[in-house]
Design a protein around this ligand. Structure first.
Ligand code: SF4
Ligand code: SF4
Length: 294
């Protein structure tokens, strides 16, 4: 079996088309994610992963670190010589984007909130599915952010990180994996802009298998990695609490306050325990693709 991009795209899109995990059963049964994903590869030893320790934070893991920890924890004997990262973008259902734009300037819509909660579960299930399919081909891999991964047990809590670095960061950033795999760039609001637009969810897995790197597709990797952002300021206008500005970019503290303030509303109106917002991801030029300068 040839394990290449076509193989991954077929497995992932079939899953999104057919698996119940991608159905918004709590609303109208529509799909969370369009089965038309964007996917790229990057070698596990790409130098950008060391750079992420400055860009994201010192506890951000390289693929070799994540995979070694996982192997040690699970008694697996393996080297880190052949690692690759598979990163992907799940495009949000266009109806969900439309609803979030129309619904309100202040609170997220029902579909948006369901996508944030159950759509995220689907994303995790997709990662597990890809790993199971790889296992059938005799290839090991790891979803670093899954419960079987390395995140929770090996690193301090987010609260600790929040105090030390004054912002919250993960030990494995899917969005930075997407950047490394040449899928797009960041924007003023910190959202990730790709051909599929900023309204999306991304994911990544580590596989113990050499795959051809797409690093050549990424824009120049100088910080802040924002090549595709027009700096048009439309996302500034969309944010109800002024958490985005030309001067400061994305104020994570203000954003976090707004996002967590949605919990009671979502709980009361949509009956699910989640926070959500994403108002800066809809009704802006980068919502559905890479924006073009006029
Ligand atoms: S709305 Fe404009 S400024 Fe904001 S991220 Fe998109 S392109 Fe950049
Ligand atoms: S997610 Fe909401 S609060 Fe955060 S920057 Fe976007 S619009 Fe503002």
């Amino acid at each position: 079996m040839n394990i290449d991009k076509k193989w991954f795209l077929e497995k992932a899109n079939d899953f999104l088309r057919n698996n119940e995990a991608n159905r918004m059963t709590g609303v109208d049964g529509s799909l969370f994610w369009e089965p038309d994903i964007l996917l790229g590869f990057v070698s596990g030893d790409d130098p950008i992963f060391e750079k992420y320790k400055e860009v994201v934070g010192p506890k951000h893991l390289t693929p070799a670190e994540a995979y070694s920890k996982y192997c040690i924890k699970n008694g697996i004997s393996a080297t880190t010589d052949n690692l690759s990262v598979v990163a992907y973008i799940l495009p949000m259902n266009s109806l969900t984007k439309k609803e979030n734009l129309e619904y309100s300037k202040e609170w997220p819509s029902e579909k948006w909130a369901h996508t944030r909660f159950y759509g995220d579960r689907c994303n995790k299930a997709l990662q597990d599915h890809l790993l199971e399919e790889l296992e059938k081909e005799g290839i090991n891999g790891l979803a670093p952010m899954s419960p079987k991964g390395v995140k929770k047990s090996d690193y301090p809590s987010n609260n600790y990180l929040f105090k030390v670095y004054n912002y919250e960061y993960s030990s494995w950033s899917h969005r930075h994996m997407c950047f490394a795999a040449g899928l797009g760039s960041f924007g003023l609001s910190d959202g990730f802009i790709s051909e599929k637009g900023k309204a999306m969810r991304c994911g990544s897995i580590i596989v113990d298998y050499k795959l051809p790197s797409d690093a050549a597709n990424r824009p120049p990797d100088t910080e802040p990695y924002n090549k595709y952002c027009l700096e048009c300021g439309e996302c500034i206008k969309r944010c109800p609490v002024g958490a985005i500005s030309f001067k400061e970019g994305h104020d994570k503290v203000k954003c976090r306050e707004m996002v967590t303030s949605t919990i009671p509303y979502i709980n009361q109106n949509y009956h699910i325990p989640i926070y959500s917002c994403g108002l800066c991801q809809v009704g802006v030029p980068c919502s559905n693709g890479i924006p073009i300068k006029k």
